[in-house]
Design a protein around this ligand. Sequence first.
Ligand SMILES: Nc1nc2c(ncn2[C@@H]2O[C@H](COP(=O)(O)OP(=O)(O)OP(=O)(O)O)[C@@H](O)[C@H]2O)c(=O)[nH]1
Ligand SMILES: [Mg+2]
Length: 248
Amino acid sequence: MGYQLTGNINQNFEIGVILPTYEEADNIANLIEDIENLKLSATIVVIDDSSPDGTAQIVQETQKKYSNVILYRRSKKSGLGTAITDGFKFFLKQVSPPKYIFTMDADYSHDPHDMPKLLAVMQEHKCGIVIGSRYSGGGKIVGWPFSRKIISKTANAIARVSLGLGFQDCTSGYRCYSTIFLREVINSLHSYTYEIQIETVRQAALKNFQVKELPVLFVNRKRGKSKLTWSEIQSFLSYTIRAVWCSR
Ligand SMILES: Nc1nc2c(ncn2[C@@H]2O[C@H](COP(=O)(O)OP(=O)(O)OP(=O)(O)O)[C@@H](O)[C@H]2O)c(=O)[nH]1
Ligand SMILES: [Mg+2]
């Protein structure tokens, strides 16, 4: 798959942040600004699939102000799963990779102000993954219609029960990963789309890495449109069925 990189990577940063974008022109500049204001030792990589709304051009504008922003531009819409794994591979191949890698949606459903809290749990427990969890005690979803809540809860329950995962929210995309864990599992990640969230927690369980949850407030996107389609739900279900089959 073709891609183009813009921006220079400074070495010696502790945290990598992956922001997958498809048509997030209304959100991306503010989100980058908010992450920058946290003053973390971070490099942000935006994986944009040549969004027709000009998301990439907005990222390039932010690069004039922030030297730690990288634009990783792919030639066409290629799925959330491959965007995240391309981000992982990008950080892992650096001469000195970050110790921790965050993934989060670029539509403000995930509050960047929760990043330090996720990081603190990661550093205290030395986990493979810390999940920003909508379904563990204190976590919450605001603004989703009932139908969307049902789809999400059902997907979670199917994945959790069928794969024997011992935590509440295995489909949240708000995560802090340890690089040690990602290095171990990167060659086992093959998801095209949203099932990447299940594939990573499943790999953590298989490789005996600890997974912790931190309750977060998830707010439905206020700007831009949803990319979740029926074909992506099917892809998610088919991954789960195959995973259950393989683990028999
Ligand atoms: N690079 C890339 N990013 C994607 C793709 N699909 C979704 N994204 C991004 O992944 C994140 C999650 O996608 P969303 O559309 O917010 O999915 P969702 O949260 O399930 O659905 P809504 O919040 O209802 O839109 C967002 O930042 C999207 O822009 C894709 O094919 N390629
Ligand atoms: Mg969203």
